[in-house]
Every structure is written in structure tokens, then in C-alpha cells.
Design a protein around this ligand. Structure first.
Ligand code: SAH
Length: 464
């Protein structure tokens, strides 16, 4: 039967009640039974909105008036909140943001997983939910003599300049400002993405919060870097804590920020930071959690759920630079990590050495290929930890995990929808979870991180 025609037209003004928050943070409501997404509207509000786009099963509308205001509505602290695409929830009071994130997980488990019986615990938030990011990455643009660096406006490549980003550690903002001023003075040509010409594409800054070591990465369109000597000398003078100054070359027409090749312009190839008691070396390409305070909160939850006694064999799948496995290593007999980016695996090995951890090893490869092989080779871990990207775990990996028959499988997830899907898959194979602990790694954005532990329902091994 053909679907009825959408009851709204682009340009139409409608009023509707907002009943929920989408996974991107938009308000969601129904108008004549038809789903409408309204950015900046809050669940519980009655709003008037102008329809902007209509699809077969839903529409988007721009908020024009809040008729009934949510008690959780607050004035966003950041002056460019409405234009910048970085944060989505600054207009919602922090406790309500946390509850809205919890609801998302509740919905995913009920709707996608069909797992209403799983308890979703209150989100562990930050006491001070600002200035948390240890990494800033800004595009460079504008014309000759008018270099600009800032954020892309939501859904576009228009650069919005800024001086202070409130979720960023102030040191990073200061460093970005210093780099910006100096490249302006030297008139380093910014990259023009339409013409694919010019030099400087992005500036990336990372700070180790425990070490105060600073890395600056200048991403250029090719190997040339005009005024290189002066640039280096000026940044050494101006950027406090500068430890590593890197040129990264990204010659392709792409949205991917970093290219393959990095050159040290001055200083070290890496900076260091700590998570808890473990030291890590971080290179430009390394995935390193951006909220160091909450990373410890998250990893402590992983530690609690893994409940190690020093006897266990632990697999850390999707291990990045080895962070979780190394964090747990002193309570394990052996740690095996797998990760698809070879550079990250090298970092993981180096990090094991840096911490004098000899019983952890790391293998490069895709987890869905390596884990089945480990299962065939007879590796029998007591605990498996997975921390996949947004798309979740491949079925091959979950099948291999079940075949290995661990006592516990700890799942760290950045996407409740794929976590719920995988939870349903694991349940069919005899591994169930009772509770999910969300942790707010990214206050004021719509991202939700979760950790949960699956346990075998039977005592016996089971082949699938
Ligand atoms: N556990 C780490 C990293 C988690 S991010 C931490 O807490 O820091 C997810 C990681 O999975 C990334 O490092 C990414 O490179 C890796 N990855 C993505 N797909 C993969 C796959 N199919 N097999 C193995 N690793 C993969």
C-alpha cells in the first residue's frame, strides 16, 4: 500500500509538541502523526517551527518560537553555539542533558534490542562539564592576508572564527590563537578547498593534562611550508609547553584531516600523558580519548566489570594505542590486544614497554578476522573487552567471542543503537547483560558512551 502523502510542505509554519530528543540532539515531535525534527527544541516543549525539508517519513523544521518553555531550557554560554556544529545541547541544563542521554539508551534497548529488562543506570556526568577537551582541530581558510581559523558551521564548510571554545582546555585555545596570529604575520597561504590550492589546511593541538606537554600539528596541502624556519622559531617562543611540532601532509581532496605522512619540524615525535597510573605516548595519528577526566571514570567502570584477580587472560579488542588493556594489565595474567591501524599497534607496544608491562602483546589486523583465528588457535580468555567504533561489532567477532567462552565480555560503546543490536545478538547466544552504565564523555554534545558486562547464562562452553 502506498504511504500517505506527508501532511507538511516546505515553508509551512506548524506548531507541535516535542516529545523526545534524537540521537543528534534535535527535538522530535509529531505533527498530524508525522515525525518532525526540530533542532534546538527540548522534549516537553510546545513550539512553532518552519518546515525546511520534507522526506517520505519525516521532516525537518527550524525553531521559530517556543510557546511552552521547558524548565530545563538555559541560555547557551557560548556565543557561537547556534552557528557552530561542535555542541548540540548547550541550551539544555546539564542534569537534563544527562537524563536525555539515558533515555536514548533506554529507547535503543527497548526499540532495537527488544531488551526492556536491561536497567539503564543514571549517566555518570562531570562535576564541572566545561574545558574538558585535550585536543582541538581547526580548519584554516580565508584569503591571502586574511587567514582565518575556527570551526565549520553546522552542516557546512563555512569557517566560524572563535577565541574561546568552552569545552576546550583553555591552553588549547591559547595555542590555536598563537598559531593563528603567527601564520597571519608570516602570511602563510591558507588552503582553498574549492580550488585545491594554498598551503595550510588544519591546525591540530593536543595537550597532555598531567604532563602539560603540547603537540602542534600543521596540516599542509603538500610538502612545501613557506617561512618554515621563522614559523618554527616563532612557535617555539610563543607556545608554552611546546614539546612536539609536526608537519602533516594531506595532499588529497578530502574531508579526512590528516594525511599519511608526518614530519617532525621541531622537538619530539610524540607527547606523553597519563590515564590513572599508566603513561602513554601519543602521536599525531593516535586515537586518544579527548576527555581525560571522564576516561578515568569510564575505565574504572571497565575495571569494576572486568573484576580481575591477577589470574586472567584478557583480550582487548579494538584496542587503539592499548589504553584499556594496559590500564588493566597489572590485574591480569596476560593481555592480548587487536587493532586495525598498524601505527596505533606500534604505539600500543611502545606504551607497554614505557610502563614496563611485559605480559601484554598487540596484533595489527581487523578484529573480526583476528579473533576467529585466536579462537581456532585455542586461545581461551577469561575476559574479553570490546570497544568498537560507531558501527558496533561484526557478527564474526561476536561469534568468535562466544566460541572462546569467556566468563565476562565487557562492551564499551559509543553508539547505543549498535550496542543494543549486539546485546540482542549476544543474548541469543547465551550471553546477557543486566545493567548498562552510560558515562558522559562529551558534555554539551549529543554523544553517549556506555559500558556494560555480558555474562554467560550457562556454566558450560557452547559451540555456535
Ligand atoms: N579502546 C581504545 C580505542 C577505541 S576507538 C581507547 O579506549 O582508546 C575504536 C578503535 O577501533 C580505533 O582505534 C579504530 O582504529 C579501531 N578499529 C576500527 N575498526 C576496527 C576493526 N575492524 N578491527 C580492529 N580495530 C578496529
Amino acid at each position: 500500500m502506498p504511504k500517505p502523502k506527508p501532511p507538511v510542505q516546505p515553508g509551512e509554519r506548524i506548531t507541535l509538541p516535542i516529545t523526545g530528543q534524537s540521537h543528534t540532539g534535535d527535538g522530535v515531535g509529531k505533527y498530524k502523526g508525522f515525525t518532525v525534527f526540530v533542532p534546538l527544541a527540548i522534549a516537553g516543549e510546545q513550539v512553532a517551527a518552519r518546515v525546511s525539508r520534507v522526506k517520505k517519513t519525516y521532516a525537518h523544521a527550524r525553531l521559530e518560537e517556543v510557546i511552552q518553555v521547558s524548565p530545563h531550557r538555559v541560555d547557551p554560554l557560548c556565543p557561537v553555539f547556534a552557528q557552530c556544529g561542535g555542541c548540540q545541547l548547550q541550551h539544555i541544563a546539564y542534569p537534563a542533558q544527562l537524563e536525555s542521554k539515558r533515555r536514548q539508551v533506554v529507547d535503543a534497548f527497548a526499540r532495537i534490542g527488544g531488551l526492556e529488562e536491561v536497567t539503564i543506570l543514571p549517566v555518570l556526568g562531570m562535576e564541572e562539564p566545561w574545558s574538558y577537551r585535550n585536543k582541538a582541530q581547526v580548519p584554516v581558510g580565508g584569503g591571502k592576508g586574511k587567514v582565518e581559523a575556527g570551526f565549520y558551521a553546522a552542516g557546512s564548510h563555512q569557517i566560524i572564527p572563535f577565541d574561546r571554545c568552552l569545552i576546550q582546555q583553555p591552553e588549547n585555545d591559547r595555542t590555536i590563537q598563537q598559531v593563528k596570529e603567527w601564520i597571519r604575520e608570516l602570511d602563510i597561504p591558507p588552503y582553498d578547498e574549492k580550488k585545491h590550492r594554498g598551503c595550510l589546511r588544519h591546525v591540530m593541538v593536543r595537550t597532555g593534562i598531567h604532563t602539560q606537554e603540547v603537540m602542534v600539528v600543521l596540516v599542509t596541502n603538500g610538502p612545501e611550508l613557506p617561512h618554515r624556519k621563522q614559523l618554527v622559531a616563532g612557535l617555539r617562543e610563543r607556545v608554552p609547553g611546546l614539546t612536539s611540532l609536526i608537519q602533516n601532509i594531506q595532499p588529497h581532496r578530502t574531508n579526512v584531516v590528516l594525511g599519511k605522512e608526518s614530519r617532525v619540524l621541531w622537538g619530539e615525535p610524540v607527547i606523553h600523558d597519563r590515564i590513572g597510573h599508566v603513561r602513554f605516548a601519543i602521536s599525531p595519528h593516535s586515537f586518544f580519548q579527548v576527555n581525560p577526566v571522564q576516561t578515568e571514570v569510564l575505565y574504572e567502570q571497565v575495571r569494576r566489570m572486568a573484576a580481575l584477580t591477577g589470574e586472567e587472560i584478557v583480550i582487548d579488542a579494538y584496542c587503539g594505542i592499548g589504553t584499556i588493556g594496559l590500564y588493566l594489565a597489572k590485574e591480569a595474567a596476560r593481555v592480548l590486544g587487536v587493532e586495525s591501524i598498524p601505527q596505533a599497534v606500534e604505539d600500543a607496544r611502545h606504551n607497554a614497554e614505557l610502563n614496563g608491562i611485559a605480559h601484554a602483546s598487540f596484533e595489527a589486523g581487523s578484529a573480526e578476522e583476528v579473533m576467529p583465528r585466536w579462537a581456532r588457535e585455542g586461545i581461551r580468555p577469561d575476559v574479553i573487552i570490546v570497544d568498537p567504533p560507531r558501527k558496533g561489532c561484526a557478527p564474526e567477532l561476536l561469534d568468535a567471542a562466544v566460541r572462546m567462552s569467556p566468563d565476562r565480555l565487557v562492551y564499551v560503546s559509543c553508539n547505543p543503537a549498535t550496542l543494543a543490536r549486539d546485546a540482542a545478538y549476544l543474548k541469543e547466544r547465551g550471553y546477557t547483560n543486566r545493567q548498562v552504565q552510560p558515562v558522559d564523555m562529551f558534555p554539551h554534545t549529543s554523544h553517549v558512551e556506555c559500558v556494560t558486562v555480558f555474562r554467560r547464562e550457562w556454566g558450560e562452553n557452547r559451540e555456535v
